[in-house]
Write a protein that binds this ligand. Structure first.
Ligand SMILES: [Zn+2]
Ligand SMILES: [Zn+2]
Length: 327
């Protein structure tokens, strides 16, 4: 009776990988470390690789935002960034032509990185497969149709053989799909952007990407505060370092320290930081992790000194392909 969340795309703004020269330098660093940590034989390779966090070996991923959420009876997706291609390959594998869905795709907003993968979602091309799009934005259907428009994509929307339905959501009103409850809340992002709270029984996931999180206090958040309350896992926008927030005001993205503060205050159990900058290398994301760990420790020490009670928070920076079970 749990929720399973899988992250198919975790980059922000644009799909991006390190340059070949960057990968070469990374490989050189790993090989040097292999020998300097006492390993020497072929048999040690597996042991050595297993001792490292997966992103330290293979990076954080290249695809842009796409998250899959499964309850025992229902599956939804949030956003169709380039990461949706990998999800599509998984559902199509061995079932080409017989994948009927239904697929439920909730859109946060329509910036390129959140919809560029949609034409590569293969169930669109399967006769009578059932696809439902959801969004608060009134122009949801118009925008999704435009993604398939020539000359941007060679197959026009009106020729797709699947059955595609559009559902406009009311802000902050819960929609029941199977055994899931999904509620849109507004984030702090241009154009605008809607986060989602997804609940199954006593388990809750909060999708908070893209957001600058300029509203932090309970008073400022007002009707959007419930997005952060009673949450087991929060997916939070941490594209920038804390000092970068000032230079990049109004760009619509946040930093891990802001997410941690929200998590401490609202008793959020687990936070995954995401929307990695397209230019961020493995080393730069590791750097962000170090800065976040320092802030995390400072918050705990500060709370201990001032007798402030703060909740226990588990956190990390997400990588593509990560799967998290809630409950
Ligand atoms: Zn984005
Ligand atoms: Zn955006």
């Amino acid at each position: 009776m749990s929720l399973v969340v899988k992250f198919w795309g975790v980059r922000g703004s644009l799909p991006a990988s390190m340059l070949p020269t960057g990968w070469r330098a990374h490989l050189q660093m790993l090989m040097k470390q292999f020998f300097t940590t006492g390993h020497s034989s072929l048999a040690d390779v597996e042991t050595y690789l297993n001792s490292l966090d997966l992103p330290l070996v293979g990076g954080y991923g290249t695809g842009t935002t796409c998250v899959e959420i499964n309850s025992p009876k229902t599956r939804i997706l949030i956003d169709g960034g380039s990461g949706i291609r990998s999800f599509s390959e998984k559902v199509m594998a061995g079932h080409a032509g017989s994948v009927k869905g239904p697929f439920h795709i909730f859109m946060t907003h329509f910036h390129w990185d959140h919809l560029m993968g949609l034409p590569f979602f293969s169930p669109h091309f399967v006769t009578n497969s059932e696809i439902h799009y959801y969004g608060v934005q009134k122009d949801l259907e118009e925008v999704i149709r435009a993604v398939f428009k020539k000359p941007f994509f060679p197959v026009p929307f009106q020729t797709l053989p699947s059955n595609i339905h559009f559902h406009i959501l009311e802000p902050r009103k819960t929609l029941k799909i199977g055994d899931l409850e999904v509620t849109p809340y507004q984030l702090d992002h241009p154009d605008p952007c809607w986060g989602y709270k997804v609940v199954h029984k006593k388990f809750a996931y909060a999708h908070c990407v893209d957001t600058e999180s300029t509203r932090v206090s309970a008073e400022e958040l007002g009707p959007d505060l419930p997005l952060y309350q009673g949450i087991d896992l929060m997916y939070f926008d941490a594209q920038y370092t804390f000092p970068e927030l000032a230079e990049k005001a109004n760009w619509g993205h946040s930093a891990a320290q802001i997410g941690l503060d929200l998590a401490f205050r609202e008793n959020i159990k687990h936070v995954l930081f995401a929307h990695h900058d397209p230019g961020a290398t493995i080393a730069q994301i590791q750097d962000l992790k170090t800065q976040t760990a320092e802030y995390f420790q400072w918050r705990i020490d500060h709370a201990a000194e001032s007798d402030e009670k703060i909740s226990k928070v588990l956190w990390d920076f997400v990588h593509e392909g990560l799967e998290v079970r809630i409950g």
